[in-house]
Every structure is written in structure tokens, then in C-alpha cells.
Design a protein around this ligand. Structure first.
Ligand SMILES: Nc1nc2c(ncn2[C@@H]2O[C@H](COP(=O)(O)OP(=O)(O)OP(=O)(O)O)[C@@H](O)[C@H]2O)c(=O)[nH]1
Ligand SMILES: [Mg+2]
Length: 409
């Protein structure tokens, strides 16, 4: 078997405008080890979808023209042309077209793990992604056509990347985000939904807080860098950490939300590893207290030549990680890994995946905004196809509160 067959095969599945923009940045690169071109961008709105694909084909030198890209990597779903920034509409659209969504995912060819991507402030991605994950994990029982699922789909691991709205965005965005996080984490009957939920907050990654699409580009770059490091750790023969390692123990602990913390291009000839881990820890993707972390993975990526010449070794990385967790008083489930990148030089990249931390610093403001709106949105029907009952909303709140409380320490 060729070595590449032994690596985890990922598919990236994005829904909504922001999710689509993030996923489309994968096309903008010469290679995506682990993903190749298994990328699907979905939206309820054809014009938005077209924009994403148009920008893409301008950027990349692809043999595929725009129409072919639309055919192979894009899917319009639902009959509503948009979700009106109300997540139950996004969910209703996905329910309506679940069979088409599943068929398109199947067309990407088999995968071992999905990386689902959505912004949590919107209605389309945030409404559809948690629903789609739940459906996959239930064996797609909403589908009329039972033949639609294939065997490999049963064992796929579902990781999700959710983007928190800017602090200053309107209450409706924060309402969506609170509900979206609840639904990514928990099913309606309070079981685990996604196997791993990764979070990034726009305000935290964009200190200038101006919004606008220029800033999205740099935030989205940071998100792609984290995903890249995470996937890369499962691809080399040294101390491999693979997606099963990321999800198994945190799920057992009911502590499966994570944030990346990243530092790149650190001079590995000059800096100690422990210092590099500290640098990464200073750049978490959401506001959090490191001391509340209960699961952590460290991925150190260094040039091949540095590893061969023993400038940096696996025992160094394990030792530094142990010292680092000790220093922060974190008693964590975790693992460290050294992964090579091509070439010489001395640039080292570090990813910490920090999990099970106290979510309150991220949620505080959003809960306030949520409470302003919660009751006014429940019991109402907006748009033609979906509504949100008080009981449903109550469950979302209870499920999230219980999860957060348990992880608050
Ligand atoms: N990081 C990042 N955030 C984005 C991007 N685009 C939009 N957002 C954020 O996402 C939220 C809006 O969600 P959209 O992605 O536009 O919504 P949607 O999924 O298309 O759903 P609709 O509400 O139905 O349009 C806001 O909180 C924005 O700040 C992006 O490219 N990157
Ligand atoms: Mg949209």
C-alpha cells in the first residue's frame, strides 16, 4: 500500500458565506496534504455561492472553469434563497435537501474524517452544519432513500470548526452563536453531537475590530494554518497524533470543545521549545484562561533537516510539553508530537489544541445579547419554512449550560 493510503483522508464541508470563504482558501494553495480536493462549499443562496466560486477561480490556476467548479465543489440547497440570518431556516433548508447534500459528499470520494466549517453568527451555515452532523451520526435516518448512505460514512469522524461573531455584532448574531454552539456540542436529546468542536472568535483574532472582508482574510488565514497543522500531525511516521487521538479521551470526559493556539516561523536555533509553546499559548483563538484547560495536544512542526540533524527531537518536544503543562498547573489529558516539514532553515511552527476550558470568557457577552432576544424569537415563525418553539429554545439553553458548567471547573 502506498504510504499516502495510510493517512487520514479528510473532507472539508463548508456551509454559508463565511464558512465557504474559509474553505475556499484551501483551493488557493498548491497542495493540501490530507484534503487534496475533497472540498464542498454549500449555500442556500445561489448568488453568494457563485461569488465564492468566482473569486476562487480567479485566484487559482485551475484547469476547471467556473461552471465545472460549481459542479464539482459547490451545492445550492433549500428552496428559500437565503436563511434570513435565522438558524432554524438554515436547518430547514438542509433537511429539505439532505439527500442532495449526502450525494454530493459521496461524490468527493471516501473520507475518514470531515472538517465541517461554519460561522456561528449566521443562519445558513450555523443552521445546517449541526443538523447535518447529527444526521450523519444517526445514520442519516431522515433520508427516504436508504441506499443513499454508504458503508464508509458510518465510521467518519466529525470535527467542526465554528467561528464566533465579532463582539460588537448585533444581538441576533450572538443569539445564533449561542444556539449554534449548543447544537454543535449536543443533540436535542442531550447526547454528544460533533466529535470535536473547534472554536475561533473574530474579535479575538482581529485586534483592530474593524470587520470587513479584508480582516476576514487574515482571520481565515489563521484558521487555515491551525487546520493545516492539525491535519499534518497525522501524516508523518514520527510521533503521529491522529484524529482518533484528538477525539477519544476528550469525548469520554465530555470536554470536546477546543481552541487552537498558534505561533509560526519561530527561530528554532534560538528559542527553547518551552518558550515556543508559551508563544503559541499567547495566541489562543478565543478568549480563555489557559489554567482551565483539561485536554491539550501540542504539535511542533520543524524543517526535516533540523530533525535529521537532531537540533530538535521527539524527547525534546515531550519534555517541553510536560514542563509547559506543569508550569501552568494544568493536569491534562494530552499528547505531543513532532512533525517534519520540507526543507531546511530553522522556522518552527507550533500548534496547541487546548480543550475542555472554561467557556464563560467567550460566552458572557453573547449570553447577555441572547437574553435580550431569546424570548422574542421563540414561538415566532420567520420566513416560510421554520420556526423555533419555546421548548426547543429552552432545551438548547439547558444543554449548553450543563456542558459549560461541567467544564467550568
Ligand atoms: N472569520 C470570518 N467570519 C466571517 C466571514 N464571513 C462572515 N463572517 C462572520 O459570520 C457571521 C455572518 O455569517 P455568514 O457566514 O455571512 O452567514 P451565512 O452562514 O451565510 O448565513 P445567513 O445568515 O443565512 O447569510 C458574522 O458574525 C460575520 O462576522 C469570514 O469570511 N471569516
Ligand atoms: Mg449568507
Amino acid at each position: 500500500m502506498a504510504q499516502s493510503d495510510t493517512f487520514t483522508r479528510w473532507s472539508v464541508i463548508a456551509s454559508g458565506e463565511g464558512g465557504g470563504r474559509i474553505a475556499s482558501q484551501f483551493f488557493d494553495r498548491t497542495e493540501n496534504p490530507g484534503i487534496d480536493d475533497r472540498i464542498l462549499v454549500m449555500n442556500t443562496n445561489r448568488a453568494d455561492l457563485r461569488n465564492t466560486i468566482d473569486r476562487l477561480s480567479d485566484q487559482i490556476q485551475s484547469e476547471q472553469n467556473e461552471n465545472e467548479m460549481m459542479e464539482s465543489h459547490a451545492l445550492e440547497f433549500g428552496s428559500q434563497q437565503g436563511a434570513g440570518n435565522f438558524f432554524p431556516n438554515g436547518e430547514a433548508c438542509a433537511r429539505e435537501d439532505l439527500d442532495r447534500i449526502v450525494n454530493r459528499i459521496k461524490d468527493l470520494s471516501t473520507a475518514d474524517a470531515f472538517m465541517h466549517v461554519a460561522t456561528l453568527g449566521g443562519g445558513t451555515g450555523n443552521g445546517s452544519i449541526p443538523y447535518a452532523i447529527d444526521q450523519f451520526k444517526r445514520g442519516l435516518d431522515d433520508l427516504d432513500d436508504e441506499g443513499a448512505a454508504e458503508e464508509w460514512m458510518d465510521s467518519v469522524i466529525h470535527t467542526a470548526f465554528g467561528v464566533w461573531p465579532y463582539y460588537y455584532e448585533n444581538p441576533q448574531r450572538h443569539f445564533n452563536a449561542v444556539c449554534g454552539l449548543s447544537r454543535l456540542l449536543r443533540t436535542e436529546d442531550d447526547q454528544q453531537n460533533a466529535d470535536m468542536v473547534l472554536l475561533a472568535a473574530n474579535s479575538h483574532l482581529d485586534q483592530e475590530e474593524n470587520g470587513g472582508s479584508r480582516h476576514y482574510d487574515s482571520i481565515n488565514d489563521a484558521i487555515i494554518t491551525a487546520i493545516d497543522l492539525m491535519i499534518g500531525a497525522g501524516r508523518e511516521t514520527r510521533s503521529v497524533i491522529d484524529v482518533k487521538d484528538y477525539v477519544t479521551i476528550p469525548s469520554q470526559m465530555d470536554a470536546y470543545h477546543f481552541t487552537p493556539a498558534v505561533a509560526t516561523e519561530l527561530n528554532g536555533d534560538v528559542y527553547e521549545l518551552e518558550y515556543m509553546l508559551d508563544q503559541a499559548a499567547e495566541n489562543t483563538y478565543v478568549p480563555m484562561d489557559i489554567g482551565t484547560t483539561s485536554a491539550a495536544y501540542a504539535i511542533v512542526r520543524a524543517p526535516e533537516a533540523m530533525i535529521e540533524e537532531d537540533v530538535i527531537s521527539e524527547p525534546d518536544v515531550y519534555g517541553a510539553f510536560r514542563d509547559w503543562t506543569g508550569k501552568h498547573g494544568i493536569n491534562v489529558a494530552g499528547q505531543a508530537s513532532l512533525t517534519p516539514k520540507r526543507g531546511r532553515g530553522s522556522d518552527v511552527d507550533v500548534l496547541l489544541l487546548l480543550g475542555g476550558f472554561d467557556l464563560n470568557p467567550l460566552l458572557d457577552h453573547s449570553w447577555d445579547e441572547f437574553e435580550m432576544l431569546g424570548d422574542s424569537l421563540a414561538g415566532q415563525s420567520r420566513g416560510d419554512s421554520a420556526d423555533l418553539s419555546k421548548a426547543e429554545l429552552g432545551r438548547l439553553v439547558e444543554n449548553l449550560e450543563a456542558y459549560v458548567e461541567q467544564n467550568a471547573g
